[in-house]
Design a protein around this ligand. Structure first.
Ligand code: NAP
Length: 334
């Protein structure tokens, strides 16, 4: 039985952490939710009990075996090393440690071998949500020899935290009730209602935005393929939850339809949707709330027999964040 902390327990990802700990019967002895000072004392129900939210204070992680972090980069940078010092594993959803060579970046279906033994508490980085669903699908096809990956994403507003869906719903209401949106966008760079925004995060001088660079760099690190050609273009769309990706994968040699289907059907963490009828493919609305990564619309490129296209959809809060974190913990403590 474990003593577990959840930092950011009142947020989009943290709330789901609290929920799935009970659902997956994680062996909890004591559960300690943390959030900002404004949430101190708030009661959260999880694992059949009510727990009181605390704020972060020096030595607050003493006695814990494991702390899940989902409060953003700055909080993780400051507090995850403190959890480690207190003898706990820190499983971190932020980007703070993902590309740090000293810490593993783990998707259990792909590189569980990077996890340390239970006796060596450390920080373990949970990858970016769009990267997780991509690498679960790529891992299924790895044996064909990955040469190049291109991905265009269609990412839901829940990826921006609790403020994302709130902004989409408010703007939608405003548009319907008044015929226009007058309120200023707060969370996204432009109005997200009835719109698509080709920016997630900030741009650098290369013209790529931070979300795109996360997908490129994290995919290479997790798959241990530092020279893999990866390119990505990320777009925020007005869906509430679950991210969709159009992916082009080029292999070293031609791959048959039967080989593709067989590899995808048997892959862990993945649900393959064969296209028997015209509208057989996964969509964000259907996949929202589900654990597996869904793959559909698998077809060969017309101009290159070594390239296949596919549609990859995953719940960004579940497999893209909390569920992947929990699976990491299950591997360590299981
Ligand atoms: N949303 C996603 O799809 C997704 C996917 C993968 C990774 N992530 C990462 O997960 C993290 C959280 O994202 P989210 O979407 O859950 O955001 P969110 O809904 O905005 O939640 C933020 C959480 O951080 C807490 N927090 C704020 N200031 C704090 C402080 N000073 N001390 C302790 N806690 C504090 C908030 O508590 P209060 O309620 O008290 O303000 C809240 O619980 C981010 O690093 C994000 O990049 C998110």
């Amino acid at each position: 039985m474990l003593n577990v902390g959840v930092v950011g327990a009142t947020g989009m990802v943290g709330e789901v952490f609290m929920e799935i700990l009970g659902k997956h019967r994680f062996p909890i002895k004591n559960l300690r939710p943390f959030a900002s000072e404004k949430s101190e004392g708030l009661k959260i129900k999880a694992c059949g009990k009510e727990w009181s939210v605390e704020s972060l204070k020096p030595n607050c992680f003493d006695g814990l075996d494991l702390v899940f972090f989902s409060s953003g980069d700055d909080i993780s940078k400051e507090w995850a090393p403190q959890a480690m010092k207190s003898g706990a594993f820190a499983i971190d959803n932020s980007a703070a440690f993902r590309m740090n060579p000293d810490y593993p970046l783990v998707v259990p279906e792909v590189n569980a071998h990077r996890l340390p033994p239970r006796s060596r508490p450390t920080i373990i980085a949970n990858p970016n949500c769009s990267t997780i669903q991509l690498v679960v699908a790529l891992q299924a096809l790895r044996s064909f020899g990955l040469k190049e990956v291109r991905v265009a994403s269609y990412q839901s507003v829940s990826g921006a935290g609790k403020a994302g869906p709130e902004e989409l719903l408010n703007q939608t209401k405003e548009q319907i009730q008044t015929g226009q949106i007058k309120s200023k966008p707060q969370t996204f760079a432009h109005e997200i209602a009835f719109n698509c925004i080709p920016q997630i995060g900030s741009f650098d001088e290369s013209g790529f935005c931070s979300e795109e660079l996360k997908i490129i760099n994290e995919t290479r690190k997790i798959m241990e393929l530092p020279n893999l050609k990866v390119s990505s273009f990320t777009v925020r769309v007005p869906t509430l939850n679950a991210h969709s990706e159009a992916v082009w994968v080029t292999f070293e040699k031609p791959v048959t339809r039967a080989q593709m289907h067989s590899a995808l059907e048997s892959a862990p963490g993945l649900r393959f949707v064969p296209q028997r009828e015209g509208k057989d493919y996964p969509t964000a609305r259907e996949v929202s709330g589900q654990d597996p990564v869904y793959v559909g619309r698998v077809h060969q490129d017309l101009s290159d027999p070594n390239t296949w296209l596919m549609w990859v959809v995953g719940d960004n809060i579940l497999k893209g964040a909390a569920l992947n974190g929990l699976q990491i913990a299950q591997k360590i403590f299981g």
